[in-house]
Ligand binder design. Structure first.
Ligand code: ZN
Length: 350
């Protein structure tokens, strides 16, 4: 019997440049799939196709945003760095949670351009409204760096594009579970763009998005964990809708994250498909229905297609007949109705 050696080190199996959930892999964090993966978005597109809804929509083609368009929000030096690292095989946009691979800059610019093309289609009257199903997301990206999986500021750049096309006032309503800090920063000193972010209180970025940052045209509504359809309906009726009535936007951009839903692993909020339908309907009452919804977060891959279908069905005024099989599990748990501590938090944002 021969004696046979074996060399084995588990850590060698962890060599992987991709990531692990929301973090960069390394140290004691075993690599796996990065949270911001293609799977959830592909499943949305597949459900749109399988339900027959795609054939009832008008295809709007994404184009790469130009450098001048990106410079409306981002610094030249940051764009140069992204372009250089992208050409050299990849890098990270800024915080270690926002990796990109070869050609990542071009892909991010294409995601931005999807939003710009949608704004053009709506403003040209080719469509009434639009859903922009792109990745990487954008609402955390700052002028000089990316963060939170975001490279370029998709929603902010869409709003800036509408402004450049002569729309006097643009409102951005961000219902992603996390604070739209990049969007807020882009327009902090620009009263022509109203930014409203509803998010779980101080999840990401940590400490960001409190009511202390609120001004007339920057509105944060930090919600306690566990907030559901009742809390969002109350926040809309008490804060969001009155602000939109006062502001009278010519275009509404939705930073449409689905990580505010009940089964998402990255936050502790409780929205469900019927709640997203209701919120979408409320926003369609403004700007003559000119609404551009731009996809942001949403990480529960099995259920997120039904949430996006609900929003897109609502935008299109169509019911496909697909019932959300997750709705009983997401709408059923106790606590969906407004709770007193949630009302108190919302009152702070007024
Ligand atoms: Zn998010």
């Amino acid at each position: 019997m021969l004696s046979t050696g074996l060399v084995w080190d588990e850590r060698l199996m962890w060599h992987n440049p991709v990531g692990a959930g929301p973090l960069r892999a390394g140290g004691w964090v075993q690599p796996g799939q990065h949270a911001e993966s293609a799977e959830g978005k592909r499943r949305i597109k597949n459900l749109l196709d399988a339900s027959g809804l795609t054939s009832q929509l008008t295809q709007v083609h994404a184009r790469e945003a130009t450098r001048d368009e990106l410079l409306r929000i981002h610094d030249a030096a940051y764009l140069d760095r992204l372009e250089r690292e992208s050409a050299a095989g990849g890098g990270d946009a800024g915080d270690g949670h926002s990796p990109f691979g070869p050609g990542g800059f071009m892909l991010a610019a294409l995601a931005v351009g999807g939003g710009l093309a949608a704004v053009d289609a709506v403003l040209d009257g080719a469509v009434n409204n639009a859903y922009v199903l792109v990745r990487p997301p954008g609402h955390h990206a700052l002028a000089d760096r990316g963060m939170g999986f975001c490279l370029l500021a998709n929603a902010a750049l869409a709003a800036a594009h509408a402004r450049a096309r002569g729309i006097e006032r643009v409102a951005i309503v961000d219902w992603d579970a996390h604070h739209g800090n990049g969007t807020q920063a882009a327009f902090a000193r620009d009263p022509s763009v109203l930014t409203i972010s509803l998010h779980q209180d101080s999840v990401f970025p940590p400490g960001s998005g409190g009511v202390g940052e609120n001004t007339g045209d920057t509105i944060n509504i930090p919600l306690p964990p566990g907030s559901g359809a009742g809390a969002y309906a109350h926040a809309f009726s008490e804060v969001v809708l009155p602000a939109l009535r006062r502001f009278a936007p010519g275009l509404v951009v939705i930073a449409c994250g689905f990580d505010s839903a009940g089964m998402d692993p990255h936050a502790r909020l409780m929205l469900h498909s019927d709640a997203y339908r209701a919120l979408t309907t409320e926003l369609m009452a403004f700007a003559q229905g000119k609404v551009v919804a731009i996809h942001e977060g949403g990480y529960h891959e099995a259920s997120v297609p039904f949430l996006a279908l609900a929003v897109i069905e609502t935008l299109a005024g169509v019911r496909t007949g697909v019932e959300d099989p997750f709705l009983p599990n997401m709408a059923g748990p106790a606590g969906q109705e407004l709770q007193p501590h949630q009302a108190a938090a919302i009152a702070q944002a007024r």
